[in-house]
Design a protein around this ligand. Sequence first.
Ligand SMILES: Cc1ncc(COP(=O)(O)O)c(C=O)c1O
Length: 393
Amino acid sequence: MGIQQNGNHLTDEITIVNVKPKTIPNCSHLPPLVSALKASAERNTVAFHFPGHKRGEAAPSSLTGLIGTKPFLHDVTEIPELDRFFCPKGPLLEAKKLAAELFGAKETWFLVGGTSCGVQAAVMATCSPGDTIILPRNAHISATTGVIFSGAIPKYIIPEHNADWDVALGVTPAQESLIVDEAHGAHFKFHLEMPKTALDQGADISIQSTHKVLSSFSQSSMLHISGDMIDRERLQKCLHSLQSTSPSWLLLASLDAARHQLSTSPNTIFNEAVKLAKEAKILISKIPGISVLDLSASPDFPGMDPLRITVGVWRLGLSGFQANEILDNKLGIIPELVGTNSVTLAFSLGTTREHVSRLVSGLKYLSTTFPVRKCEKEKIFVAENAPCTVILS
Ligand SMILES: Cc1ncc(COP(=O)(O)O)c(C=O)c1O
């Protein structure tokens, strides 16, 4: 029922608009959260709820000119037909269960604050004030803030360090509750040549940035638990206290969609990306003055992600930062990570043959522009001490 609009004036004539029922139509070909979003948008409801852009009615034109109005149409937060973020009973619960099944977890949570909030919650859920937590000295900042929030006392393990590359290597885990920040490993379960997943190696909690190598929207991550060590109610409370109470359902649906994308062919989906990365490694390692990081960098390396290529540039007399400057500013090739002596390139399902060809050409350009130095070990930066040792001393 509503008050009719007559030109610019509201009249008191009564109008009733029939909307579609809330029940979710059977879109079995779509993942549950995507299906719920679609059904919700098709209901022709009047939004007297937030967000204030009202499904795109007031979307800023500067942005709709770029991305259209559809992202706004689906940018909704908790409304009844979409489920509750913190106590799901409908499509979100179904999506979480499907994700747990695919990733081999006892239970999975969808996160909208990235892996950062998942790591913080995992530390808070497992450590009380005064407890000891053992963590690598180069842990991500979210682990440090988790320690601060929980009141735990950190004991640090110094990771191995390779001075030639100036990169930190692995640590040997101690056994208690094992939390693994697997931000960069959400894809490990989906190819035989990937390292084993944290859960498969006995982790109690693993937090993965689905938005990094997989294809969900930025900020969206998953937290998985396994075994019986974790108090799930406490973890649930910690996640509640750290995350927004207005999560965008677009982010959540993108997690469900990324899971669905993998589940259609989990054993083969990464074949092409791995093949491209291997071809790229072979071509890059033949470029004069360029080195490619491999298992020989550490005798203890248990494995390497085949979709990561770390390229050393010191033999060209360049630092990683200088190489990045040229690759990015001049050639439009943007690495994922820049180090003192190297740059790291991330491959994924979205990497194409054309991307690889531009990358290889770009590195050849560096090699021809900066002839190889005579002294192989001459570097812009010489790591006399591992950075973590310096922090501790
Ligand atoms: C090792 C590691 N852990 C955690 C994070 C945080 O992940 P997110 O960006 O999903 O919050 C990152 C981000 O780059 C990371 O590199």
